[in-house]
Design a protein around this ligand. Structure first.
Ligand code: ADP
Ligand code: MG
Length: 611
């Protein structure tokens, strides 16, 4: 046995000498308090496959051997180096929902979004005690138990329980933080609830994560026995002891576009019917609402974010609000968009989440410490947040949304927590009027319980009214009934429709009107556009926008409009035009894009106005 320990350490020594000598040299001369050596998993594989497999299966021992081997490496400077070994880029990822008992005590690599973080606190690793009778010192490792361990007897008297004094100076502490991650929106399809996982991070890894960030957590899966509040039932909880963190920076990283798909995308962009095709592929099972679908399409593509030389940032994301009577498919549209968007998060204004829509500092239910928790808009960073029932949201949300929608950040200052979180997402909101039905003659701000200042932050607002109209009603009825009937047929058809991969696509396969662009392709088309296309205005387009804006600004008949036309609307017009250019993958905003923007803005204003 002892021989194998030596050989494993020897292997590591050889590995480090071959691949990491300069890094270790660097650590040797550095004055950092807590040092880490980050190593690439692939390099271990290259060096010795069996060692890499052993690391995944038996990480506690293998990582300890590696850490013990660092000081054995021969360096030009004669200085002892102690460092944590952190392993990154493990090719095989495990989903939170796939974690099983077989993973316990093994090394796992998990992708997720940070939902919650606690403060960074010191934690005692080895407690030093002094016996009050003889002055003898006892060192007690505190690892893993979750409880504070104290000695009971000292060797000076083995019969009588001792009295001990904890000595802070001689004890060893480390920085420590608890994190909760959850499955990222892009890993969820078909309205699944994201699952969460607790992660312990320590030393130099603590204090580096922010809620809403996407990370890869590498570490050892642990299980602890817990006892229920009734004091009897025992259950197990899992968490990860974090070994290393990796950050995902690239937007839409997760969507791979093959060269063939790129060809299809480029061909589609040249189609003169591309607008109609895209709009027609959004919620095809919902009858009508052409303008809403067009607005949503523009929102999915979004405008271009602008960072001005003076440090100001103008959002590119487009916010859309749907207001209207119940039962007119608002929620349905929201759910559809969440499924379609490369990164969509659904939330309801009345949901009970303690973080609400933005973020909050909340008392942790576990140990009462303060934690910072991300809400829907933070979790939807770089994506789209569909917020239903906005009329029912909490008042704190209502006030924090102002900042969230415009500067796309959320500041939390509470209980000693000072943080600014990013929420660079577009918001698709839905609101029901307070009294059940929308009254065109009443003020909209009051009816949907939202201040005008907040309403004015939406680029487009649609008021959908359920006015009985025989012709339209019979068409909707036909449409709904047809989709129910086709659903039955579709159920059989999907058995061999293997080309439909996602849930959305399967749903669509069952709907009477097949979208012209299937959801998988449309999602990639959007990702491609947002990644590669940054349209700029042509002079012609700029002139047309200016002219329209000045017309809007003219003091007019419509004094009752709940939204004052300000420079904010001008920014909105630019965003919508850019989104329109992006929809056909054009890097120039032309006059047609502006005309489209004007048409949709007019139709939105009309309904918002006195109507
Ligand atoms: P809301 O959120 O506006 O109260 P829902 O989204 O819950 O309404 O819609 C209620 C039901 O009515 C849904 O099943 C929806 O599909 C159906 N429905 C309403 N209007 C339409 C329409 N124009 N086309 C298809 N289905 C519709
Ligand atoms: Mg609804």
């Amino acid at each position: 046995m002892a021989a194998s320990v030596v050989s494993s350490k020897q292997k590591w020594k050889e590995f480090f000498t071959r691949y990491y000598k300069p890094d270790i040299q660097q650590l040797a001369v550095s004055d950092a308090k807590s040092k880490s050596l980050t190593i690439e998993f692939q390099e271990i594989v290259k060096f010795d496959v069996r060692l890499s497999e052993e690391l995944l299966k038996n990480p506690d021992k293998v990582i300890k051997d590696a850490e013990d081997a660092i000081p054995l490496v021969d360096l030009p400077v004669k200085r002892k180096v102690a460092a944590f070994v952190r392993v990154v880029r493990i090719p095989r990822k495990t989903q939170i929902r796939e974690l099983r008992s077989s993973h316990i005590n093994s090394f796992v690599s998990i992708e997720g979004t940070v939902r919650k973080i606690t403060d960074v606190r010191p934690r005692i690793i080895v407690a030093a005690f002094e016996c009050a009778r003889c002055g003898n010192q006892i060192y007690l490792p505190q690892e893993g138990s979750g409880k504070f361990l104290e000695p009971s007897y000292c060797s000076c008297n083995e019969e009588k329980k001792g009295v001990f004094r904890l000595m802070f100076k001689e004890s060893t502490f480390e920085d420590y933080q608890r994190i909760k991650i959850q499955e990222s929106p892009e890993d969820l399809r078909g309205g699944e609830q994201p699952q969460t996982l607790d992660v312990n991070v320590n030393n130099d890894l603590s204090g580096v994560l922010t809620p809403g960030e996407r990370v890869v957590v590498n570490g050892i899966l642990r299980s602890v026995q817990k006892i229920n509040k009734d004091g009897k039932t025992v259950y197990f909880e899992i968490y990860v002891d974090c070994n290393s963190l990796e950050f995902e920076e690239q937007e839409f990283d997760e969507l791979e576009i093959t060269p063939e798909e790129e060809e299809t995308i480029l061909k589609l962009a040249k189609d003169k019917d591309v607008f109609r095709k895209i709009i027609g592929s959004i919620a095809p099972s919902i009858y009508g609402y052409e303008e809403v679908k067009e607005a949503v399409a523009l929102q999915l593509f979004s405008g271009v974010v602008k960072n001005l030389p003076d440090g100001t940032r103008i959002r590119g994301d487009i916010h859309v609000l749907l207001v209207g009577d119940p039962g007119i498919a608002k929620s349905q549209i929201l759910r559809y968009v969440v499924n379609l968007a490369p990164r969509g998060v659904y939330a309801s204004g009345k949901s009970a989440s303690s973080a609400g829509l933005t973020a909050a500092a909340v008392k942790d239910d576990f140990d009462g410490s303060w934690t910072l928790e991300a809400g829907a808009l933070v979790l939807a960073d770089k994506g789209i947040a569909a917020v239903d029932e906005m009329d029912k949201m909490k008042s704190e949300d209502r006030s924090s949304l102002h900042e969230a929608m415009e500067s796309q950040t959320i500041s939390v200052a509470k209980a000693g927590i000072l943080a600014t979180l990013k929420c660079r997402c577009s918001l698709l909101g839905a609101a029901n009027p307070k009294l059940g039905r929308f009254d065109a003659f009443e003020n909209i701000a009051e009816q949907i319980n939202m201040p005008p200042s907040l309403i004015s932050r939406f680029d487009l607002i649609f008021i959908l009214q359920d006015k009985p109209d025989e012709k339209r009603d019979s068409r909707i009825a036909g449409h709904i009934l047809k989709s129910h009937y086709a659903g039955e047929l579709g159920a059989h058809r999907t058995h061999n429709a293997s080309s439909f991969v996602t849930d959305v696509a399967v749903k669509e396969a069952q709907s009477p009107i097949l979208p012209e662009i299937d959801a998988t392709l449309l999602r990639k088309y959007i990702a491609y556009a947002k990644r590669n296309v940054y349209p700029v205005m042509t002079d012609e387009a700029r002139e047309r926008i200016t002219k329209f804006y000045l017309e809007l600004r003219k003091p007019g008949e419509d004094k009752n409009s709940p939204i004052a036309v300000t420079a904010r609307q001008l920014e909105g017009l630019v965003r919508l035009s850019e989104a329109s250019a992006r929809m056909r993958l054009s890097d120039r905003v032309n006059i047609e894009d502006v005309e489209r923007t004007i048409a949709i803005t007019m139709s939105s204003l009309k309904q918002v106005g006195t109507d």
